[in-house]
Design a protein around this ligand. Structure first.
Ligand code: ZN
Length: 258
């Protein structure tokens, strides 16, 4: 049983990711379950002067709800928030409570929201995550808005919420992220775009309960999983059975309450 904690669908920027292709990729590569979010939550594209998507965040996430409802045995959703161009409203809380069966966390993308995670706009969502007892997955990377340092500071201030440092600092050598994850009980890492060697190092330094398998499928098309096959093999060879199972299954199950 393999759970992918980080998969996508939706149409934004250069991507047009179809739910059916994601499900077919699961079948082809023996992925049993995925935590999915809609990339249409991206507020700004690669060019920051232009708003990528001005659709209301509830509307964006209703598409996630539809996809999850079509594939309840394969998917659960993350609510992708739009802290920059949208305002928080209690409708979001009501939506998540009503659809508790289909959503299991929140997702933020400081790069595509053009906003550091320490910014006040994120606070009502963090409060919501605490209230609903759901984790918060946050894109982390080398750019000014996505630095893992901001996530670390926020996680430290909010010990009751579990946070996932997606990518463990994309474009970095991952060392800073690994250090932060090892220091905080409520900060986790995912393996998306991380080298297999660095994933192994993260597991050794942070413990196998802190690192989760994630891929960004199907951002590179249906063959996104191809490049993770060597990671899979490498970790199978270099980790104990228990540690391996934690990374590829049990951590996601526990954190997302699957
Ligand atoms: Zn992603």
């Amino acid at each position: 049983m393999v759970i992918d904690s980080h998969v996508h669908f939706g149409k934004a920027m250069e991507w047009d990711l179809k739910g059916i292709d994601l499900i077919n990729a699961f079948k082809k590569y023996s992925i049993d379950f995925g935590i999915v979010s809609n990339i249409e939550g991206a507020e700004f594209g690669h060019e920051f002067d232009k708003i990528e998507n001005d659709e209301d965040q509830l509307k964006v996430n209703k598409k996630t709800l539809d996809l999850v409802k079509e594939n309840p045995e394969k998917l659960k959703g993350l609510f992708w928030i739009k802290p920059n161009t949208n305002k928080y409203s209690d409708e979001i809380k009501d939506f998540l409570i009503e659809n508790k069966k289909f959503f299991c966390g929140l997702k933020a993308h400081p790069y595509h929201s053009k906003m550091k995670f320490t910014t006040e706009n994120y606070r009502p969502y963090i409060k919501l995550a605490e209230e609903l007892d759901i984790p918060f997955a946050v894109h982390t990377a080398e750019d000014e808005n996505s630095k893992v340092k901001y996530l670390y500071e926020t996680a430290k201030e909010n010990p009751k919420v579990n946070f996932i440092a997606v990518h463990m600092g994309l474009g970095t050598d991952n060392q800073e992220a690994i250090e932060y994850i090892s220091k905080l009980d409520n900060l986790y890492g995912d393996t998306t775009w991380v080298s297999k060697e660095n994933v192994l190092e993260a597991v050794k330094k942070c413990g196998s309960k802190k690192i989760m398998f994630g891929t960004d499928a199907i951002i590179d098309g249906t063959n996104t999983y191809e490049k993770y096959l060597t990671m899979f093999e490498y970790l199978h060879e270099n980790l104990s059975e228990e540690d391996f199972e934690n990374v590829f299954r049990y951590n996601a199950r526990r954190l997302f309450d699957l």
